[in-house]
Design a protein around this ligand. Structure first.
Ligand SMILES: NC(=O)c1ccc[n+]([C@@H]2O[C@H](COP(=O)([O-])OP(=O)(O)OC[C@H]3O[C@@H](n4cnc5c(N)ncnc54)[C@H](O)[C@@H]3O)[C@@H](O)[C@H]2O)c1
Ligand SMILES: *[C@@H]1O[C@H](CO)[C@@H](O)[C@H](O)[C@H]1NC(C)=O
Ligand SMILES: *[C@@H]1O[C@H](CO)[C@@H](O)[C@H](O)[C@H]1NC(C)=O
Length: 324
């Protein structure tokens, strides 16, 4: 806020002007500190109150929503539900047939949808399609980076090819899509980007060593991007939302294992999609499915690893290899 005013203050030759400057700077510093303390506590109180109130949900009717991996699972369910909310849904998937199916279903229900084949591994295809989106539809309000894969076995059994593909789809594709669409959002200072991380982006899990790496990466770059946008524009109105689902019943997670099935029930893709859309419309920065897993992770991190491992072993929950 204040830059120190350097006056040539040689040795003991201090004069009245530099003394005044010093006092001025000290006063400014004190004001800064007092303001920080007040705003710090006000924002904590504000956030605490928000815990007990339902946040308003943005109106997505008439808005363009782009979803990757819209042919199956949560991507498909989000496409159907956004369309039911009146949004115009742009479906991207590498699988043309299932993608078409999603578009068809939306249209049959009276909604608005557009399908495009896109392999999100290919940066050039993404850039080309983005140009086409701008021409065909104009501004895209909401981007949901959802497409992802989850090979599941011990690290030493992961091939180079599937490991690289996992990083290409689960991480790098997010960068290319953000690079393609963020400039328009910055120009208008509006828009929303949703990224599918996972509880595997909160906890390290056996059989998912590369996958956890990709999902921790999503969490990391979304946090960094939020700071970058804030630095560029303190009044940035672009919303970033990172989603951490636990196990969702889409078929992606082939061999879930649980000691207490009632405690860790598979969530249906419909419920998960509704939860993601709610988080996006509320402008949440982070949201787990179920929601309280973020809190579990925070508490888990202040508890010593040795103690947490006892709890983990007791719960005996995770995913078994998909190679059997
Ligand atoms: N299912 C879970 O338990 C779970 C849990 C946490 C996080 N997630 C994450 O949620 C996201 C969606 O998961 P899901 O279970 O709905 O997946 P899914 O397998 O049901 O559907 C994924 C869709 O992405 C598409 N896709 C795959 N590779 C693609 C590519 N290269 N280009 C374009 N599209 C591609 C597929 O064709 C498919 O339609 C993923 O990022 C996944 O990692 C899932
Ligand atoms: C939501 O937005 C649409 C389109 O802009 C508008 O027609 C509709 O009335 C809005 N709905 C609400 C509840 O504000
Ligand atoms: C998907 O839909 C498009 C446009 O309607 C059509 O041209 C294409 O043949 C369809 N593909 C499949 C595999 O159904």
């Amino acid at each position: 806020m204040s830059k120190p005013n350097h006056s040539n203050n040689n040795g003991g030759n201090s004069n009245g002007a530099s003394n005044n400057n010093d006092i001025y700077n000290i006063v400014l510093l004190i004001v800064d500190i007092v303001m920080l303390v007040i705003k710090f506590w006000l924002s904590i109180i504000e956030e605490a109150i928000k815990l007990f109130t339902t946040r308003p949900e943005a109106n997505v009717s008439g808005q363009f929503v782009l979803i990757t991996g819209a042919g199956h699972g949560m991507g498909k369910e989000m496409a159907l539900q956004y369309a039911a909310l009146g949004a115009k849904v742009i479906c991207w998937d590498v699988n043309e047939q299932t993608n078409n199916q999603t578009v068809k279903q939306i249209k049959q229900a009276g909604g608005s949808a557009f399908g495009y084949v896109c392999n999100v591994v290919k940066r050039e295809d993404i850039m080309e399609l983005a140009t086409r989106m701008r021409k065909d539809h104009g501004f895209i309000n909401i981007i949901v980076n959802n497409a992802g894969i989850m090979p599941c076995h011990p690290l030493l059994e992961h091939t180079e090819q599937e490991t690289r593909l996992m990083y290409d789809i689960n991480v790098l594709a997010h960068y290319w899509i953000i690079q393609a669409f963020l400039p328009d959002m910055i120009e208008r200072n509006e828009g929303s980007i949703v990224a599918l991380s996972s509880c595997a982006g909160l906890f390290g899990l056996p059989n998912l060593v590369p996958y956890c790496g990709t999902k921790f990466a999503v969490r990391g770059f979304m946090a960094a991007l939020a700071e970058e946008l804030r630095q560029k524009n303190p009044h940035s109105n672009i919303k970033l939302t990172t989603i951490y689902p636990y196990m969702i019943d889409t078929g992606l997670c082939k061999n879930p294992r649980y000691r207490f099935p009632n405690l860790f029930k598979l969530v249906s893709p419909q419920v998960a999609a509704a939860s993601i859309i709610e988080a996006q419309r509320q402008g949440l920065e982070e949201a787990a499915i179920p929601r309280h897993y973020i809190g579990v992770e925070k508490i888990g991190r202040i508890i010593p690893k040795k103690a947490m491992r006892l709890v983990n072993d007791f719960l005996d929950t995770g995913v078994d290899t998909d190679k059997q």
